[in-house]
Design a protein around this ligand. Structure first.
Ligand code: XMP
Length: 517
């Protein structure tokens, strides 16, 4: 890992579910933050010269012999440290304090009783401030040189500090929104105690990243696969700003896109941003390959393989390419990190580009790999991308291929495109688009009888699905207001000739998935 040009606060990760959130909060305070494994040595940390270190929480108990411990030399670096939950317990143990497993465990809300108002960490925090606790163990005897500055009825040492050594600890989670003044405490730590300069914002990131891209790329050429999604769009616009026509974008129309989507991508990137755009209209090839196929896994395989073939065929037409740009984000990097530490970014799998063919010896260019999704959105706005694109709901790589259930034909896809467009339009009109993780329509391989005007019809059935979710791993069905449902059903049956019946999917994930396939 390289030293960052910004004042940096390191999050030493003890396996907490909230490590990413801690780093995000620090960045929201305008200070760059990055996560490193707890095994990182003091020597490595010294080389990174952070202005502060935060020990994250973690699932272990310091009472276990095998519980994770930091390199003891970290405490002698003279860098301010804040321990959160397990982070507090481990630093207390390391420095000679004691941690107990009390009978009374605290989960959920508690109120902070501030016992020493001189605390730099608690500046501006009112008494009784609500905090979020989630712990079994707690410190029952402090290391030498420490004092307590706040407590709760069940936890005497809720906030402790050693001002001289600038080592602090909190038993609760200041990074979660349920801790009402948690962000104030994080700001106190990074801005006042660590004296970090708040130089991290999207404007400075763009300037630095442009310099970095120019230095790395020189006069060589970069290829970027555009999907129309947020990450690849932002990456392409940023790289284009840095190297102009040395960037060439490939956009594959697989015939499984939403209504007007191909045209929108061509207009935005070709006409508006004036990028070199290699457009592959592969609709026919995809439809031919998918002819007669109904089984979901076979469809996916066909779409995935043909996409890769088409993408690389286009790429080969683009001349001498040295780099492949990817919209890899920081969470992808953290998640793909090997257990022994050291980030190892792999090709972003859901771009469906797969591994590089042997004859293409490209380096990866990943200008977003230090950013969280929120920051990518802020960056996109700063680069002039519209809110509509930036706030777009996820759309799967195989597109309508996983939503046209049964055999995929041009006619059925066109029907589905119309249904989908009406559904999304009505959700936007109702002002609900931003509340919903994903809204999607599927066309079922089922016909039913209906009556329209004077005649009976025998047409296809479509389903509408809207879900809320944090990360797509689990999802709940969205309680779409009846009047919006009614408007959608009535418009779809009136305006889309192939459909006479509309269903709303009220299954959560699990047991269902978000896509029907
Ligand atoms: P499921 O259907 O498994 O989907 O609940 C979870 C999330 O993943 C998206 N999805 C995909 N995204 N390529 C993608 O880029 C794919 O092949 C793919 N399959 C599912 C889905 O839309 C949802 O957001």
């Amino acid at each position: 890992m390289k030293k960052s040009p910004y004042d940096t606060v390191l999050v030493l990760d003890f396996g907490a579910q909230y490590s990413q959130l801690i780093a995000r909060r620090v960045r929201e305070a305008g200070v760059y933050s990055t996560i490193v494994p707890y095994t990182t040595s003091a020597e490595e940390i010294r080389k990174l010269s952070p202005v502060g270190i935060i020990f994250s929480g973690g699932p272990c108990s310091v009472g276990d012999a095998a519980s994770p411990r930091p390199d003891m030399a970290i405490f002698s670096l003279g860098i301010p440290i804040l321990g959160i939950c397990y982070g507090l317990q481990v630093l207390s143990t390391c420095l000679g304090g004691h941690v107990d497993c009390p009978e009374k465990k605290e989960y959920g809300f508690a109120n902070l009783d501030i016992v020493d108002r001189t605390s730099a960490l608690l500046k501006g925090v009112p008494d009784n401030s609500q905090i979020w606790m989630s712990h079994g163990d707690s410190v029952d005897s402090l290391p030498e040189g420490f004092r307590r500055t706040a407590s709760t009825p069940n936890c005497p040492y809720t906030v402790v500090e050693n001002d001289e050594k600038k080592i602090y600890g909190v038993q609760f989670h200041p990074e979660v929104v349920h801790s009402k003044d948690g962000f104030t405490m994080i700001k106190n730590f990074v801005l006042d105690i660590c004296r970090a300069s708040a130089g991290w914002n999207m404007g400075s990131f763009i300037e630095d990243e442009i310099k970095r891209i120019r230095e790395k790329v020189g006069d060589r050429q970069v290829l970027c696969g555009l999907s129309g999604g947020v990450d690849s769009s932002v990456a392409a616009v940023l790289i284009h700003k840095a190297i102009g026509d040395q960037l060439v974008c490939v956009f594959v129309n697989n015939g499984l896109l939403r209504k007007n989507e191909a045209q929108n991508v061509l207009d935005l990137f070709g006409r508006h941003f004036k990028m070199r755009l290699q457009y592959a209209d592969a609709e026919e090839a995809f439809l031919t390959a998918l002819k007669g196929v109904s089984e979901p896994e076979s469809k996916r395989k066909i779409i995935g393989k043909l996409f890769v073939d088409t993408f690389y065929n286009e790429a080969r037409k683009c001349g001498d390419i040295s780099f492949l740009a990817q919209g890899t984000l920081y969470p992808d990097v953290i998640e793909s990190r090997s257990p022994s530490g050291g980030p190892s970014a792999t090709i972003k799998s859901h771009h469906n580009v797969g591994g590089l063919p042997e004859d293409l010896k490209w380096e990866l260019l990943e200008p977003l790999k230090d950013l969280f999704k929120d920051e990518v959105r802020a960056l996109g706005r700063e680069l002039g991308l519209s809110d509509e694109l930036i706030d777009r709901q996820p759309f799967p790589g195989p597109g309508l291929g996983v939503r046209c259930i049964g055999e995929i034909t041009k006619e059925r896809l066109d029907t589905l495109r119309e249904v989908d467009a009406i559904f999304i339009e009505e959700i936007r009109k109702a002002g609900l688009y931003g509340e919903i993780w994903q809204a999607l329509a599927d066309l079922l391989p089922v016909k039913s009888v209906g009556v329209q005007g004077d005649g009976r019809t025998y047409r296809e059935v479509c389903t509408l699905r809207a879900v809320t979710s944090e990360d797509a791993m689990t999802a709940d069905w969205y309680r779409l207001p009846y009047d919006v449902m009614q408007k959608c059903a009535s418009r779809i049956c009136n305006e889309v000739s192939g459909v006479n019946r509309v269903l709303y999917d009220i299954t959560s994930k699990p047991p269902a998935t978000i896509e029907w396939e």
